[in-house]
Design a protein around this ligand. Structure first.
Ligand SMILES: [Zn+2]
Length: 384
């Protein structure tokens, strides 16, 4: 790994003592010589003072040399300690990773157990004990940055840093914002807020969306808008985006109403949770290896635990291909939910929070009850 950007402070050159001559201290008391001067060989008084070695120039120079070496030693120990600390953090996140490792075809999961007891752990997921994202040391901004950085393999919509939002507000800790090109109508805004009122803390607190954004494809620098595919909303990384018809709250092309919008918002929010779970399960280093980002959704133990509960059958171990069972329970899902287990989860999660439990199998609802720690009846009084 490259450690060039890591050193917050490079120790600069160490101070070299000013080479002023150090003069020996003259003895105050003159001891009468026992040996008469004429008995001694001639001595050059300028070069070698007649005093003891400990008062000589040589002695002071040696002492000064030792002091310099000691300072150099202390500084290099401090420096190497600093370097070590930063390198450890580097594994968590770095803007420009450089990997020399050869991508592995058999991924090694680096699962972090933070020691909390989530409902999932009770479901017996073995080593993949998970807990809510708030126990993570990584911040939401860092999480989004990591997702942005792996965007090539992951298809993240990057919000241009120069993009100006004409409106920004915060509701239950969730940022809602829009640009001039695509304002959110009063109706749509009230629908979004009533959706946030229904959501349990598991969503808006433990797995918060970074922002609910209304911006045009041009605003976002996208050549292609998901709207052209008939999408109401779409999710990217930890953000949820509204398309123009849904921002307006009316359309001549699609059915746009409160129920559709809230259901869509919950569906996309489940995908945001899936993203958090990926960051909680796989190391950033693993995600950065080319190709891995595109397969982790299918490999995520969180998603697989759901898939198994919902009736998906894995034919090639837990990392392989899965098909939905043909029994009535497994098939009790929307056509879209039947396409992939990550979509199955998003669909059932949205129905669970909308108290539309008759649309999905009981096993799916039970999984959501365990995962969110709330009963299915909790959402029925606030039915949209
Ligand atoms: Zn989806």
């Amino acid at each position: 790994m490259d450690s060039q950007n890591l050193n917050p402070e490079q120790p600069t050159q160490f101070p070299i003592p000013n080479p002023d001559p150090i003069l020996p201290i003259q003895p105050i008391i003159q001891i009468p010589p026992i040996i008469q001067p004429d008995m001694l060989p001639e001595i050059d008084n300028e070069k070698s003072p007649p005093d003891s070695f400990f008062k000589s120039k040589k002695f002071y120079l040696i002492v000064a040399g030792f002091v310099i070496l000691l300072i150099v030693g202390i500084f290099s120990v401090i420096y190497s300690q600093n370097k070590k600390t930063v390198t450890n953090n580097y594994d968590l996140y770095t803007p420009f990773p450089k990997y020399v490792e050869i991508p592995s075809t058999t991924p090694t999961l680096d699962v972090v157990d933070y020691g909390c007891h989530s409902p999932l752990a009770q479901a017996g997921i073995g080593p993949f004990d998970m807990c809510s994202y708030r126990d993570q040391k990584i911040s939401i901004t860092e999480a989004q940055s990591v997702l942005n950085d792996i965007s090539l393999g992951y298809g993240i919509v990057l919000i241009p840093p120069t993009l100006k939002f004409s409106h920004e507000e915060n509701y239950k800790g969730i940022s809602i914002k829009w640009t001039d090109a695509q304002p959110i109508s009063a109706n749509t805004l009230s629908w979004i807020k009533s959706a946030l009122d229904i959501l349990p803390p598991y969503f808006y607190q433990d797995h918060p969306v970074q922002a609910i954004i209304s911006a045009s494809a041009t605003d976002l620098g996208q050549s292609h808008s998901p709207e052209s595919e008939g999408a109401a909303l779409y999710q990217s990384g930890l953000n949820i985006f509204l398309t123009s018809e849904y921002a307006k709250g009316s359309s001549t092309m699609y059915v746009v109403n409160k129920e559709v919008l809230v259901q869509g918002l919950f569906h996309e929010w489940v995908h945001v949770v899936q993203n958090y779970e990926i960051l909680q399960t796989f190391t950033v280093k693993y995600l950065f290896i080319p190709g891995n980002a595109s397969v982790v959704m299918g490999m995520s133990p969180f998603n697989i635990s759901y898939a198994k509960a919902a009736g998906w059958i894995f034919t090639d171990g837990d990392w392989g291909y899965a098909t939905l069972g043909t029994d009535n329970d497994a098939q009790k899902q929307t056509d879209y939910g039947k396409t992939k287990y990550v979509e199955d989860m998003a669909e059932s999660g949205s129905f669970f929070m909308l108290c539309q439990n008759d649309k999905i199998s009981d096993a799916r609802i039970k999984w959501w009850e365990q995962t969110t720690g709330t009963s299915r009846n909790a959402y029925c009084p606030s039915k949209i």
